[in-house]
Ligand binder design. Structure first.
Ligand code: SF4
Length: 395
């Protein structure tokens, strides 16, 4: 395949390299695309949660979409016929800083396809962030994507400039990866890359930690396999977060006929992931269907509670923090408030509980207030996708 690399100005390049970043392996969850009107003016600006829950705008872009790789699902794959473009480091640093100086963006997410080799692509990305930090004096947030096969010296240099490093594992095992990416070696390129990043992060922790991303629904992997991997990554590599990207077929790729992964599957994975990271659940505790996937009709916490009737109802005035967080409808914040409030007063009515932020319509079936049970109605679940879960950067 012969590439045609057109001469374009930086703004025209941004239109393409900002937009294709959405489909890239480093892309964000598809369920969110098109939902947040506030960010639709520029296709390369994506929302994220900054410090203290503030919503920030990330300038997300590829340094280049020229790729040696031929991953079956990817818009940038070598055999796909579309416009190939690269930024020079000077161009991209200048362009980003223009947006930043005008107050249009708050941070940078920089990735690239593999142009010639991982190291050569990374050197261009590295030069871009070096220019930003030195020539432009930029002190803001940078999420820097490490490409499979990158040398550790480059990762080390990137860690000194970026707030967050990430590498995409893509699949929960080598067998599944083979169905997505013919040329990547799971053990050496992907897990090996994550190990290098983790080593660098242990020596000098990155401000916003390390993350990875998995493609969901393109290789018949199950949710159980995905979440088992996530559990190992949180324990073994101290990952800040695992992102799940629902597969979307792209025209003119070998997987173009494959159906898209339903957004609800991706959403349930995020909910289960929250239970692993914030609620002390282990992957083995989660409830799966016979096919190895999470139930779609109940969220993972409700599915767990319905399977463990022996643990309920819990008495709100006596249960410890951990027991309270296992009640559907009671999150960590409301559990903390309950523990604080009951030092002053007993909980005797649902409206008191509601004031802690608990969702009493859900929780009432799983608790008692001074021995009194208020449940008995239908156990409600939700299929409503909470956008807050998808503000994925969480700096
Ligand atoms: S290496 Fe694979 S996933 Fe990454 S940009 Fe190239 S084709 Fe896409």
């Amino acid at each position: 395949m012969t590439y045609v690399i057109k001469k374009l100005d930086a703004h025209s390049k941004l239109k393409t390299l900002g937009e294709v970043a959405r489909f890239d392996v480093c892309g964000f969850p598809s369920v969110f695309s098109g939902k947040n009107k506030k960010f639709q003016r520029f296709k390369f600006i994506y929302p994220a949660v900054g410090k203290k829950g503030r919503c920030i705008r990330l300038f997300k872009v590829l340094q280049s979409n020229v790729c040696e790789g031929n991953c079956f699902y990817c818009s940038n794959r070598k055999d796909r016929n579309f416009q190939r473009i690269s930024f020079t480091p000077d161009e991209l640093a200048k362009l980003f800083f223009q947006y930043y100086s005008k107050g249009l963006v708050d941070g940078l997410f920089l990735s690239s396809a593999i142009n010639r080799s991982a190291d050569q692509s990374e050197e261009k990305m590295l030069r871009t962030v070096q220019l930003l930090r030195t020539r432009y004096g930029y002190r803001g947030y940078i999420h820097y994507k490490v490409l499979p096969g990158t040398d550790e010296s480059i990762i080390d240099a990137a860690a000194r400039l970026a707030d967050r490093l990430s590498i995409n594992l893509e699949a929960p095992s080598a067998n599944y990866l083979a169905e997505l990416s013919p040329s990547k070696n799971y053990a050496s390129d992907l897990v090996g890359g994550l190990e290098k990043i983790a080593r660098v992060n242990r020596q000098k922790p990155l401000k916003a930690g390390i993350t990875t991303q998995l493609v969901v629904g393109a290789a018949k992997e199950t949710d159980r396999e995905i979440l088992n991997l996530s559990g190992r990554l949180y324990r073994g590599y101290k990952l800040w977060r695992v992102y799940y990207s629902a597969f979307m077929p792209i025209l003119d790729t070998p997987l173009e006929e494959l159906p898209p992964c339903p957004p609800l599957r991706e959403y349930r994975l995020y909910q289960a992931d929250f239970l692993l990271r914030g609620y002390g659940f282990t992957p083995q505790e989660l409830v799966f269907e016979k096919n190895g996937n999470l139930p779609q009709d109940h969220d993972p916490k409700l599915a767990w509670a319905l399977k463990h009737e022996d643990k309920f109802p819990v008495e709100v005035n006596k249960a410890d923090f951990h027991e309270l967080t296992r009640v559907p409808g009671i999150g960590r914040i409301s559990a903390r408030r309950i523990v604080e409030t009951r030092k002053q007063e007993k909980f005797t009515r649902l409206d008191q509980l509601k004031r802690t932020g608990a969702v009493t319509t859900r929780a009432r079936n799983f608790l008692t207030l001074q021995g009194r049970f208020y449940g008995g109605g239908e156990v409600k679940t939700t299929h409503h996708i909470n956008e807050q879960l998808f503000l994925w950067e969480e700096l």
